[in-house]
Design a binder for this molecule. Structure first.
Ligand code: SF4
Length: 293
């Protein structure tokens, strides 16, 4: 059986940068605190733990003093920097530049929305680290709408609306949400001036959205597709759904130990791909185990 690993899968530059920074720090100092899991991949986190990385949460951060703490690619809200300053914590900032740029845009839009008595909406997963960082730019006042769109009813359609997206969201669902907002605006008794107050910015990262069409082709070109990703990864769920749509014999695994021999019956070509948080070594390990099966 032919086994191919997708050349475009694996770490995006934001995650790669955070891991490179962590490795450099660990080589210099032997240990390093990291606020939250550095990447949504348990196996990669374990590898870095063995090198000395210590994962902490926001409660731990409040009790730390005179330490070095890495901020991962997802970024953090302003409060985190404030706590670090008070506690004499040195921040090693590995926030992805794409996320930082989005944080700045949201901060600016929030000020504009405040002046107009408008609302700032973020399409994303409530509680996700990146979303927390974005909401923090709006002093916690942004409305977060998730993939079930249930938060739609909390929007006041008589007031101006500015919409952004978490960088790793599903492009089709973002378009669906903008359409739903426009539909509601057209049905409410708003004046023409009010309905013009809707601005939407598709801020889904190209590292995620550009992989979709490529993965659709990759999935079609193989009899079986093994999608390797941590179960917590938002873009992992999205990219897996694209592969599954284009090849029903697509299977999601977080490691080689979840592989099942029967998936490969009569398969001549197997493709292995993954999320922006999937390390290449993990996909290679999966390929090796498929060869053994
Ligand atoms: S997906 Fe894009 S925004 Fe998110 S960490 Fe990777 S490069 Fe940065």
């Amino acid at each position: 059986m032919e086994i191919n690993i997708d050349k475009n899968s694996g770490f995006c530059f934001g995650v790669l940068n955070a891991i490179t920074v962590a490795e450099e720090q660990l080589k210099m100092h032997g240990s390093l605190f990291c606020l939250g899991e550095i990447v949504h991949n348990a196996k990669e986190v374990d590898r870095l733990r063995q090198m000395g990385l210590i994962i902490i949460n926001h409660e731990d951060l409040k009790t730390l003093r005179n330490a070095r703490v890495l901020i991962r690619a997802h970024g953090e809200p302003p409060q985190t920097y404030e706590i670090a300053r008070k506690n004499h914590i040195e921040i090693i900032d590995a926030s992805c530049p794409v996320v930082l740029k989005l944080q700045n845009r949201i901060k600016k839009s929030y000020t504009e929305m405040e002046e107009k008595d408008g609302q700032l909406i973020i399409f994303g997963k409530a509680g996700h680290a990146e979303v927390e960082g974005l909401v923090g730019q709006a002093e916690g006042k942004a409305i977060v709408i998730g993939n079930d769109f249930s938060g739609l009813d909390t929007i006041d359609f008589t007031k101006p609306i500015t919409l952004y997206s978490q960088t790793t969201q599903n492009k089709e669902e973002y378009q669906q949400l903008t359409k739903m907002i426009k539909d509601r605006l057209s049905k409410c008794n708003c004046t023409e001036k009010e309905t013009e107050g809707f601005t939407s910015y598709n801020t889904i990262c190209g590292q995620v959205s550009n992989r979709g069409p490529h993965l659709a082709d990759f999935a079609r070109q193989h009899d079986v597709v093994i999608f390797v990703s941590g179960r917590e990864s938002s873009n992992g769920k999205y990219l897996y759904s694209i592969c599954k749509e284009h090849n029903p014999r697509t299977w999601f695994v977080s490691g080689w130990d979840e592989l099942k021999k029967e998936w490969f019956t009569d398969a001549e070509k197997t493709g292995i791909c993954g999320a922006t948080s999937t390390p290449l070594w993990l996909m290679e390990e999966v390929a090796e185990k498929i060869r053994e099966l």
